[in-house]
Design a protein around this ligand. Structure first.
Ligand SMILES: [Zn+2]
Length: 187
């Protein structure tokens, strides 16, 4: 599921408006608890690890825009995970999205979709991300990847993103393709 250093996972610190986000520049297997970045949503401030000189790993701006939007707007959500898996990107680029071909696909009562607007760097996109996500547990970011939320890390990772990835893998392995692809609109 990973995409080297380009995916993000975050977890709310229980009982607070703060959340932990993985630093930009480290692989998942290189991270430890002390390397995580702590964000305070309302103050819009981040505290990172005290890295040795030359190793100033900071945050991924797209990660902050996406994860911060959800943690700030949804206090019951404790985990947000976003991937660029091959299957997730492929299905996110198909007009019909995830097909209800398998049990792992059918377990989602609804899957949200968010149209591509370019790399997610603008705070303005937060509103549209939240509108499109609604109450869904999973969302496909068109031409980009997957996203899942959970009330616990277990829900977000095991129940939602894992099953969404399996559903995407099956949908895009169908041959011949059952659905047309969609390309980003010019802006
Ligand atoms: Zn992304």
């Amino acid at each position: 599921m990973h995409d080297l250093i380009y995916n993000h996972i975050s977890a709310r610190i229980p009982g607070t408006e703060e959340f932990l986000l993985n630093p930009f520049g480290l692989l998942y297997e290189e991270m430890c608890a002390s390397s995580l970045i702590k964000w305070t949503s309302k103050a819009n401030s981040a505290v990172g690890a005290d890295w040795p000189a030359g190793l100033n790993y900071t945050f991924n701006l797209a990660g902050f825009v996406i994860h911060g939007a959800i943690h700030e707007a949804k206090p019951d959500i404790h985990c947000v995970i976003h991937t660029h898996s091959l299957a997730g990107m492929a299905v996110a680029s198909l007009k019909k999205g995830v097909l209800p071909m398998t049990q792992t696909a059918m377990r989602f009562s609804r899957i949200a979709y968010h149209d591509y607007e370019g790399v997610v760097l603008e705070m303005d996109e937060r509103r549209r991300l939240l509108e499109n996500l609604g109450d869904c547990e999973v969302m496909l970011l068109r031409n980009h990847g997957t996203l899942a939320v959970g009330k616990t890390v277990g829900d977000g990772v095991q129940q939602h993103i894992y099953r969404l990835e399996r559903a995407c893998a099956r949908s895009c392995s169908r041959s011949p393709p059952m659905t047309k692809s969609c390309c980003p609109r010019r802006r």
